[in-house]
Design a protein around this ligand. Structure first.
Ligand code: PBG
Length: 323
């Protein structure tokens, strides 16, 4: 089939034809919206490096939840910023902790909204690392116990899914075991299976006050240079009982999403992280990019790479655009 027999432009002539042959779609039903919850009352403050994203105290959540629900967004993922931090992150599993209270509030307002919780210690530890420090290092196995307690306390508070983001070895198995023992065998684990040590988390660390106070996260998060290691990480999580595999960040790691899609039959989630959001917002504000088109194109590319689910700060804007 040589030119001019096959002319690809024939199918691009008008929107009806283009739409007929379109391979990938973004739909609001694939999106999860992240929410930052702070302790206190009467707080709704914009995150400076994330225009349009706010930190809410529980009493201010009502309108936001209603909007999310009205827009048809099926799920939220919660990040808590506690008033008190300590060496072991004990507020992460406090019965009246910030996330535990937020879950109750949301479930009351919107029982049909799926509430996912991020399970990690970095927002709760005084040193900002994702685990317990022993002899100057993050101790893997001590941390597992804290993560398991945290996941169970979220489930007890009413969370419908837990998402461990710490990158400790063996945490999916330990959390699965703890959930099952506590009567939560029906609660799925969305594992941040492949989480890179990325510069794109910058704005999040401002929002969650979770920047490490010494060193960095390279001894537990993945080296951005590696993709075969990503497959090993994902295999381990599958063996340990993960229900959904996540890749994070998304746009700089589309190849990783695509490899996971090819190798695994589990649902794949991708996290379009704070820095990806901030980049598009900033260029849009400067008039250097068409913000809306860049937003839609970035999400479409993540879907095209093979993600079923996308966690994105753009969720509300996309939903408005699509409706
Ligand atoms: C907690 C966590 C982080 C993000 C999600 N969960 C930060 C980090 O690992 O430093 C980043 C999300 C984002 O940048 O939007 N461990």
């Amino acid at each position: 089939m040589f030119f001019p027999e096959y002319r690809p432009r024939r199918l691009r002539r008008n929107e009806q034809l283009r739409s007929l042959v379109r391979e990938t779609e973004i739909s609001v039903k694939h999106l999860i919206y992240p929410l930052f919850i702070v302790e206190g009352k009467g707080i709704k403050e914009e995150v400076p490096s994330m225009p349009g994203v706010y930190r809410f105290s529980c009493d201010q959540l009502k309108d936001e939840i209603k909007e999310v629900l009205d827009l048809g967004i099926p799920a939220v993922i919660l990040f808590g910023i506690p008033a008190q931090k300590d060496e072991i992150g004990s507020q992460a599993y406090a019965k009246r902790g910030v996330v535990q209270q937020a879950i109750a509030t949301i479930k009351k307002e919107a029982p049909e909204l799926v509430v996912v919780t991020d399970v990690c210690l970095c927002e709760y530890t005084s040193h900002g690392h994702c685990g317990i420090i022993k002899n100057g290092e993050v101790d893997n196995d001590l941390t597992l116990e804290q993560l398991a307690r945290t996941a169970v306390s979220h489930a007890k508070a009413g969370a419908e899914m837990v998402a461990p983001s710490d990158m400790m070895d063996g945490r999916v198995a330990r959390i699965r075991e703890a959930l099952d023992e506590a009567g939560f065998s029906h609660i799925p684990i969305m594992s941040y299976a492949v989480k890179y040590c990325s510069s794109f988390y910058g704005p999040f660390r401002d929002a969650a006050e979770s920047a490490p106070q010494f060193g960095d996260r390279r001894s537990y998060q993945m080296d951005p240079a590696n993709v075969r290691e990503a497959l090993r990480e994902a295999s381990l999580d599958v063996e340990e009982g993960a229900d959904i595999l996540m890749v994070k960040p998304a746009l700089p790691y589309l190849d990783v999403i695509s490899r996971l899609r090819a190798e695994f039959n589990h649902p794949i989630a991708a996290y379009q992280v704070s820095g990806e959001y901030a980049m598009i917002k900033a260029a849009g504000r400067l008039g250097w990019l068409d913000e809306e088109r860049a937003m839609l194109e970035s999400l479409l590319s993540i879907r095209r790479a093979g993600a079923d689910i996308i966690i994105t700060y753009f969720a509300k804007e996309v939903a408005k655009k699509l409706s």
